[in-house]
Design a binder for this molecule. Structure first.
Ligand code: P6P
Length: 343
């Protein structure tokens, strides 16, 4: 794919999506929906990029359904995505981490056949310290015959996603996208305002020596999790026979982007800090879209026992433990849990 050194003609996101449409992998509605989301992400990128100069840092003074304090940019990003998609005409409804219930597209606008789920600004606790954050989105079919979708219509397994992606607001703004035909990275050309294909066919190395986890929770993990990580820390002197490095940015989009780029395993396991919650990350608009992207890049994603994309959802804001990244390492971590289950 073109980059700053090659002389190949740059391929824009629109060009890529038209090629996918011509190949019959997406239809015009889905192509236009993804382009609306990309345009909304460009607006969010401008707001995020202003930082303190935009008067958008700090708390909004409100809380979301997760009981988390909302940052001003959480609310701004959510509003941008709602507004951009309301009149777009490709959606029947949308659901957001920041809203307790899903929202059908208002009657005054034409409706499409897709459902959009998103975390408008994931990792927003990092905003005030200028660390990369991102927007995560997932696209599902609206069930046939449903004109006014309600929460239960979004509860579809991750394998039914027709598209998923994220936009990372970092040193460069990038969109990473799959429509089920590989995972590809697009970098925002700020001069022309278009996302340019900069990495076609991202592939996660099968093996890794790098893990991402919040180690401060170790005492709250279950035994298999403690054993697995202790074996990583034992390095070449332990059963793994090789040394491991650790990274934890505490911004899922940034951690997953690193793993898609150079491999690794990202883990947010169950912990007994709040036994009622089976993990911190949300299935519908964090774990499922990231799992789709990672699997399309040759990686794997489980909840420690089951493939994440096979999970039958029970709630819009359902949480799951997440183990994703380099396939062989995810399988190894999952083995620790399954072995424990067998006693
Ligand atoms: P912790 C951000 O709040 C987030 O939802 C993910 O982006 C990130 O991976 C995780 O939580 C960080 O959690 O407990 O380390 O702060």
């Amino acid at each position: 794919s073109p980059d700053s050194t090659s002389n190949a003609k740059p391929i824009s996101l629109t060009h890529y999506l038209i090629d996918e449409q011509r190949a019959g992998r997406v239809n015009a509605d889905l192509r236009l929906l993804i382009e609306v989301v990309a345009r909304a992400c460009k607006t969010i990128a401008v707001a995020v990029g202003k930082g303190a100069l935009g008067g958008v840092l700090g708390d909004a003074g409100t809380g979301n359904v997760q009981g988390e304090a909302q940052k001003k940019l959480d609310v701004i990003a959510n509003d941008v995505l709602l507004e951009a998609n309301a009149w777009g005409g490709h959606l029947a409804g949308l659901a957001s981490e920041e809203m307790e219930h899903s929202q059908p597209i208002p009657d005054v606008y034409p409706r499409g056949n897709y459902l959009l789920l998103f975390d408008p600004l994931d990792g927003s606790s990092n905003i005030d310290v200028n660390v990369s954050v991102g927007t995560i989105f997932s696209v599902l079919h609206c069930p046939d015959g449903v004109n006014t979708p309600e929460d239960q219509h979004y509860l579809q397994a991750g394998t039914t996603q027709v598209a998923a992606g994220y936009c990372i607001y970092g040193p460069s703004t990038m969109m990473v996208l799959t429509v089920g035909n590989g995972t590809h990275a697009f970098t925002l050309d700020r001069e022309h305002g278009s996302f340019i294909l900069t990495q076609r066919g991202m592939m996660v190395p099968q093996e890794t020596q790098e893990f991402a986890i919040n180690m401060s929770n170790r005492r709250h993990w279950d035994a298999p999790m403690q054993h697995y990580v202790d074996d990583l820390l034992a390095g070449k002197d332990g059963v793994r026979g090789k040394d491991f490095n650790m990274r934890w940015i505490a911004s899922m989009v940034a951690d997953v982007h690193r793993i898609l780029t150079r491999g690794g395993i990202f883990i947010y396991p169950w912990d007994r800090k709040d036994p009622s919650k089976p993990g911190k990350l949300r299935l519908m608009y964090e774990a499922n879209p990231m799992s789709f992207l990672v699997e399309q890049a040759g990686g794997a994603a489980t909840d420690g026992r089951t493939r994440i994309m096979d999970i039958a959802p029970s709630g819009l804001h359902q949480r799951v433990p997440v183990f994703l990244g380099s396939k062989k390492e995810v399988e190894e971590a999952t083995r620790y849990h399954l072995k424990h289950d067998r006693g």
